[in-house]
Design a protein. Structure first.
Length: 166
């Protein structure tokens, strides 16, 4: 009796361990990125009264972030896509940055957005700028389309025939 009990207990714990280990990689995968930046005036002072919005170019969804006392804004959870950033504050010209590309797991820093004193109805569109850098971590992810995966050669059949792994 004790031999079969031991075998059942080992199999049970083995199953639990397999489930726990297989869930670990899935927990580390994310489907969204993050975007950060800083808002200053032309003299370098923070503008905590400003608001930053990210508008999805494809879905039209709008994400809003407040600006803290140091002028920093954070969009912690941004679905992958191409966005337009708008930064506005009373008494300043609005700034618009197009083609902000966010990929899954990116931690994208847009650097400093400088607001110029001006009327509320004026907007400064930034069309030529430095490429935003992911400076928050060394991680990098890539979006892979389904077609690329389907066209990838499959060496499983060859390894079964030859008995070697490729």
């Amino acid at each position: 009796m004790s031999g079969s009990w031991r075998k059942t207990a080992i199999q049970g714990w083995g199953t639990v361990a397999l489930i726990v280990v297989s869930a670990l990689p899935a927990a580390a995968q994310t489907t969204s990125g993050g975007v950060t930046g800083t808002v200053h005036d032309e003299q370098g002072a923070a503008i905590p009264s400003a608001t930053a919005t990210l508008t999805s170019d494809t879905r039209g969804t709008v994400l809003t972030a407040g600006i803290n006392g140091s002028g920093n804004f954070v969009f912690a959870t941004v679905p992958p896509g191409t966005y337009t950033l708008n930064v506005k504050a009373d008494g300043f010209k609005a700034v618009e940055r197009k083609n902000v590309v966010v990929n899954a797991n990116d931690k994208l820093s847009l650097g400093t957005v400088t607001l110029q004193v001006g009327g509320v109805s004026e907007t400064v569109s930034v069309s030529a700028e430095a490429t935003p850098l992911q400076t928050q971590s060394a991680e990098r992810s890539y979006a892979i389309e389904g077609g690329a995966i389907a066209q990838r050669p499959n060496n499983v059949a060859a390894s079964r025939l030859t008995g070697r792994c490729h």
